[in-house]
Write a protein that binds this ligand. Structure first.
Ligand SMILES: CCCCC/C=C\C/C=C\CCCCCCCC(=O)SCCNC(=O)CCNC(=O)[C@H](O)C(C)(C)COP(=O)(O)OP(=O)(O)OC[C@H]1O[C@@H](n2cnc3c(N)ncnc32)[C@H](O)[C@@H]1OP(=O)(O)O
Length: 395
């Protein structure tokens, strides 16, 4: 528990050699630090601690190295040792390969190259498409922007444009431009480059927590809870073993290289509703994510592009149809804090498809029915041109 310490003049607040039990912050009064009498320390002058000075947790030793004695009536706030981690500088993702850590932290990990310049990679363990996955660009660019913003400010909106298909086989350089740092808001522009060419841009706005007007008009649809639904891998498993599918189809499907996505998804409707221009599914990050809101926002941003624009193709799906689809732009508004390793319901609708472009809107709710995020995207949706193997990225 957090606590306070009240001391009278002459009281010892810390004694040399006794275990450090927390970080003490002086809220009122003065205290004197007196060094021990050993030879080396004896020459060190005593000094006085004033309001907002602190001592205790964070020194290199688990025992006090000095005495701290109240010079006047003293009030200290105590942050116990178990909360010391709050004072540690946090990376917004963890690249360490611990089995329980989410692959997403590795995917979103960036190497700092220079001030405001970072390098990201496309990992073979992650979902791989013919070009760099749009969600990866959004997540990594947001991670780069977040690293340059005061940690009290959180992203509340972002707008991204996909200019050129990225090459999975080369690193991506993220250059952050600090557009503005205000007292409540900060704005960042990020350019993602490969071979010197800008392939993607992001503009993101960050805000300090603020109390204000509140309402929520959006209502979470009534859908089964995730525990009652199958995930993508289970659906695939069923298809492989379901005798109603032709053996040839099952054999082909079994031969296809299959890498589970770092995002687990559970679909609320069965395949009969696949022709509706809408889709509801629960999703969450696989594995454990570090407790860092900036990271959780990067993770949902990443996940938000996985099964999204495809919904605008739903009414047009027919046997043998091969489509060519690419995200063109993507916007997100974060209304409330998000926990990406807990279930979120993604409610997607496509109000329009026209002129080779499909438009989708999305809302994400947490299990309590709170609207956490709103999203929009436009994507190129065409019939696939018949041609040779996958076209090479245009870099
Ligand atoms: C309910 C249960 C559901 C279960 C679902 C289960 C599984 C689902 C499985 C998978 C889903 C995966 C979903 C992943 C979604 C991923 C979304 C993305 O990540 S998209 C990546 C991000 N976006 C981009 O990279 C776009 C970057 N921008 C561009 O590439 C360009 O700006 C452009 C949009 C292409 C426009 O460029 P340009 O003006 O030059 O356009 P062109 O029309 O000239 O085309 C250029 C070039 O594109 C190729 N192309 C175009 N049209 C077609 C087509 N119809 N067929 C094939 N290829 C096409 C082609 O190379 C063109 O070059 P060329 O002129 O030589 O023909």
């Amino acid at each position: 528990m957090l606590g306070f310490c009240l001391a009278e003049p002459g009281d010892y607040v810390a004694r040399e050699g006794e275990p450090v039990d927390g970080l003490y912050i002086i809220l009122d009064g003065q205290a004197e630090v007196s060094a021990s009498a050993n030879a080396e320390e004896a020459n060190r002058p005593d000094y006085v601690l004033n309001k907002y000075d602190y001592f205790g947790y964070g020194t290199n030793s688990s025992d006090h190295q000095v005495n701290v004695v109240a010079l006047s009536k003293l009030t200290c706030f105590i942050l116990p040792n178990q909360y010391g981690y709050l004072l540690q500088p946090k990376t917004i993702w963890n690249a360490e390969e611990t089995p329980e850590h989410s692959l997403l932290e590795k995917i979103l990990h960036l190497e700092p190259l220079e001030v405001d310049i970072f390098r990201g990679f496309t990992l073979p363990e992650g979902p791989m498409f013919r070009q760099v996955f749009g969600g990866q660009l959004i997540g990594q660019a947001l991670a780069a922007a977040s690293k340059t913003v005061d940690c009290l400010k959180m992203v509340h909106s972002l707008h991204a444009i996909f200019l050129v298909a990225g090459d999975n086989n080369m690193p991506i350089i993220y250059q952050v431009h600090r557009a503005r740092d205000g007292s409540s808001f900060a704005t960042r522009k990020v350019e993602a480059k490969q071979k010197g060419l800008v392939i993607f841009t992001l503009i993101a706005s960050f805000q300090k927590e603020e109390v204000g007007f509140e309402h929520q008009a959006a209502i979470m649809p009534d859908v089964p809870p995730p525990e009652q639904l199958l995930n993508l891998e289970e659906i695939r498993e069923r298809r492989l073993t379901d005798p109603r599918f032709p053996t040839q189809y099952r054999n082909l499907a079994a031969k296809k290289k299959f890498t589970p996505w770092p995002i687990e998804m559970r679909f609320c409707e069965d395949s009969a509703s696949q022709h509706k221009p809408s889709l509801n599914y629960w999703f969450r990050a696989r594995g454990k994510l570090s407790d860092d809101q900036a990271l959780h926002r990067c993770v949902v941003a990443y996940a938000s592009d996985l099964l999204y624009s495809g919904v605008s193709l739903n009414p047009h799906r027919e046997k043998g149809l091969k489509t060519y689809s690419l995200s063109l732009d993507h916007s997100i508004w974060f209304h409330k804090p998000v926990k990406a390793d807990d279930w979120l319901l993604y409610v997607i609708e496509s109000p329009s498809a026209h002129g080779g472009r499909g438009f989708v809107t999305g809302r994400m709710f947490n299990r309590q029915g709170e609207l956490i995020m709103s999203l929009t995207q436009e994507a190129l949706i065409r019939r696939e041109k018949t041609r040779g193997p996958n076209p090479r990225p245009k870099l």
